[in-house]
Write a protein that binds this ligand. Structure first.
Ligand code: NDP
Length: 246
């Protein structure tokens, strides 16, 4: 099936959490959406079924973004199915708490593999593939500004992503493709809740003047703005979407 009448978006890590809401929002905005995931096939297929139930088009594709061959296959399947690609949102990511100790270097390696190497691979393929007036959107985190103990591996990976975004924006000079990052504050997803007590969750929620967590749809709305026609003059930026957490 090849259809070039609709814009097409690829969202990594769209089986759950923030990525799922990005997939729903972009589908509602008229994009055909590739729903990438790592292991949760049933959840990804449900996201596609929900998009189709609303009259949209979707495709679930398993691919580990840290694996170069898998990322190549992900983009090939996207083009084979939808015939074009207009927006790539590299939302997939992992977070594991680990203090900076010798024993924890494996957690650094794993985190960098998914969050930084994965961003490199997806952004590289996106740069090769997206159409003129296209969009590349990566994911950082507002926790970069907090330097909390235990976040070393995660913050290192996201600092790297912010660097890549600005360099790629410059490398795409003349191509009319924007490259930006969204850096959410704490958002109510499994990634955030994992391993935290209720007290810890509330303390972190209270960091923002709104004294609550962000919701996935509030991040999806910002991604949709960047991916849509009104986002065309925002380039090389990191948008901190966190309810005012400083
Ligand atoms: P979740 O843990 O809720 O969801 C993670 C998603 O990424 C799942 O769809 C998962 O697929 C997928 N995924 C994980 N590893 C890989 C991989 N190697 N290849 C492909 N897909 C993968 O995370 P969130 O929705 O909370 O986070 C989304 C992004 O937002 C991340 O980049 C995160 O760092 C960032 N962020 C999140 C914040 C928060 O508080 N939640 C705050 C700031 C930033 P599967 O279901 O198959 O496992």
């Amino acid at each position: 099936m090849t259809n070039t009448t609709h814009k097409v978006a690829l969202v990594t890590g769209a089986s759950r959490g923030i990525g799922r809401d990005i997939a729903f929002k972009l589908a509602a905005d008229g994009f055909a959406v590739v729903v990438n995931y790592a292991g949760n096939t049933a959840l990804a297929e449900q996201v596609v079924a929900d998009i189709e139930a609303q009259g949209g088009r979707g495709l679930a594709v398993q691919a580990d973004i840290a694996d170069s061959d898998a990322v190549t296959r992900l983009f090939e399947q996207t083009l084979a199915t939808f015939g074009r690609l207009d927006a790539v949102i590299n939302n997939a990511g992992i977070m594991q708490m680990a203090r900076i100790t010798t024993d924890n270097v494996g957690i650094l390696d794993k985190t960098l593999a998914t969050n930084l190497r994965g961003s490199w691979l997806v952004m590289a393929k996106a740069a090769e593939t997206v159409s003129e007036d296209g969009r590349i959107i990566a994911f950082s985190s507002s926790v970069l500004g907090k330097s909390f103990p235990g976040y070393g591996a995660y913050i290192a990976s996201k600092a790297g992503v912010e660097g890549l975004v600005k360099v790629l924006a410059n490398e795409l000079r003349g191509r009319k493709i924007t490259v930006n990052a969204v850096a959410p504050g704490p958002v109510a997803t499994e990634l955030f809740f994992e391993g935290k007590s209720e007290e810890q969750v509330q303390a972190i929620a209270n960091l923002a003047p709104f004294e609550r967590l962000g919701q996935p749809h509030e991040i999806a709305d910002v991604v949709a703005f960047l991916a849509g026609p009104q986002g065309g003059w925002i380039n090389g930026q990191v948008l901190r979407v966190n309810g005012g957490m400083v």
